[in-house]
Design a protein around this ligand. Structure first.
Ligand code: 4AD
Ligand code: MG
Length: 461
């Protein structure tokens, strides 16, 4: 059976066809009834017109309303309407599942995204969430195409792990210990030897550390999977569960890393513009005016490079009051990131060489001993979309950084080992998949670009 997307592109035909989907709208008149039916394959719905030739058809039509699941049989005729080439002239209709209008929450009007979040089980039936869903799926494919075309191997890094990659203490703990009666050691500490893994474990915040293991054997790898952060930030760009893409390259310094990040983002933007034309037109018209031009502009642009030190200088010289004052050493807030990319660089910018104190232990120390070979890619409207670095590949320095940050080197013995055996300059980055979708679709809130957002105090569905 053909999907609606295909039917809409077909020529009229007398061959009998069946179409099934959910009713978006119904328009009743004396002798005919018009329906718009959608099956998720495209933004556009198929118009179906049915003659009220029998009492049976009439009775079925009475019970069909917005949201009902229906199957029509008929032929594909040329449409007199100017919005579509073809429409279905149906001679049979089967109501499969009713959607009583008194209670069906999705009526033919614009609902707020906040409201739709509360009905996440029905929201994929709306135009916007349907379009997001198709873009998200296409973009996943684009991610794999990009790396597979370039010989990167896809590595499945673990979801449960005992090492905190970012060292930021944002790991969700995974335990089978009874919370009400936790076994204790003599000193009163939790006795993790009795826990499932025999030591503290959690949900991964990043696949990077394990990714590095594979990069130091397979040269070029990438991961693409869920990551988790018990970050207490209730913002429009943070989730507790999000998907991340993390390439890692051996024999590669920060320059190669920046080049890959730029090539990757441009590839993804181009990919979606090519593969999701209708959906992108929709976002361009209804969600963010000028979206397509701005993406096209990025594809044709060259990303600006700026050191953190220069970025701070720009921010201090800015003619503007920031909520968070800037001085050398502070982490950049979203307001600073947006200023840099929107006002200073007027396009994507890669900020490098951040102070070591505000970045993770694994980043390579620069000769100045103050900064590390970090890179954040910032884009207009959003701020940080990618975070990455060249990795510390020198054993002694890595050991020192671990200790400096109060981490226990024993927990990272295998990570240190990689610096003892065949160590090599290597680099990688992480692209937040939802941030990428937000940027591409222009959607304001990250909760609306993932099917089931997990945020502070929210794990419904
Ligand atoms: O900058 P982050 O924390 O970098 C890492 O995790 C590195 N281990 C990546 C690497 O070098 N392999 O996170 C990377 C990206 C961010 O730039 C952002 O796009 C996204 O992940 N991200 C989040 N997205 C949604 N919700 C959150 N809470 C996020 N935290 C980070
Ligand atoms: Mg970051």
């Amino acid at each position: 059976m053909k999907r609606i997307r295909e039917l809409l592109q077909s020529d009229p035909t007398d061959q009998p066809l069946i179409v099934e989907g959910w009713i978006r709208t119904k328009r009743d008149s004396k002798h005919f009834c018009f329906f718009e039916i959608n099956d998720g394959s495209s933004l556009k719905s198929l118009q179906v017109i049915i003659d009220k030739t029998s009492e049976e058809i009439n009775q079925t039509i009475q019970r069909i309303s917005t949201g009902a699941s229906v199957s029509f049989s008929g032929i594909l005729a040329e449409s007199p309407g100017k919005n579509q080439r073809v429409e279905m002239k149906a001679d049979k209709v089967e109501l499969i599942g009713e959607a009583p209008p008194e209670s069906y929450p999705l009526q033919k009007k614009r609902h707020s995204f906040e409201f739709l979040r509360d009905i996440a089980h029905l929201r994929p039936r709306t135009n916007t969430l349907g379009a997001v869903t198709r873009v998200r799926s296409a973009l996943s494919h684009g991610v794999h195409s990009f790396f597979q075309e370039r010989g990167f191997l896809y590595i499945h890094t673990p979801i449960i792990t005992a090492s905190d990659c970012e060292g930021a203490g944002e790991m969700f703990q995974v335990t089978t210990l009874p919370l009400g009666d936790v076994p204790k050691q003599k000193k009163g500490d939790v006795d993790y030897t009795q826990d499932f893994f025999g030591k503290p474990a959690g949900l991964t915040v990043s696949g990077q550390l394990e990714g590095e293991i594979y990069a130091l054997a397979m040269k070029h790898i990438y991961t693409f999977g869920p990551t988790f952060r018990a970050e207490n930030s209730n913002t429009s760009r943070h989730l507790a569960e999000f998907w991340m893409i993390e390439p890692e390259m051996a024999f590669c310094t920060l320059d190669g890393n920046m080049a890959l990040a730029e090539e990757f983002l441009k590839y993804l933007f181009r990919y979606v513009l090519e593969h999701c034309g209708d959906d992108m037109e929709f976002f361009n018209q209804w969600i963010h005016k000028g979206l397509i031009d701005s993406l096209q502009g990025v594809v044709e642009s060259t990303f600006t490079h700026l050191t953190y030190t220069d970025a701070v200088r720009e921010l201090k010289g800015a003619n503007r009051e920031f909520d968070y004052p800037v001085s050398w050493g502070v982490d950049l807030q979203s307001e600073h990131e947006k200023y840099l990319t929107e006002e200073v660089c007027k396009g994507p910018v890669i900020v490098t060489d951040y102070p070591r104190e505000i970045k993770a232990f694994y980043m390579k120390l620069n000769d100045d001993e103050k900064t590390v070979r970090a890179m954040d890619v910032l884009v207009p409207r959003l701020g940080e979309i990618i975070g990455g670095s060249e990795r510390e590949d020198r054993y002694d320095l890595l050991l020192r950084r671990l200790k400096d940050q109060g981490l226990n080197p024993d927990d990272y013995w295998w990570y240190l080992d990689l610096r003892r055996y065949g160590s090599v300059p290597h680099s990688g980055f992480g692209l937040g998949f939802e941030r990428a979708i937000q940027y591409i679709t222009g959607m304001q809130n990250i909760r609306d670009v993932i099917p089931f957002p997990r945020t502070v105090r929210n794990a419904e569905f």
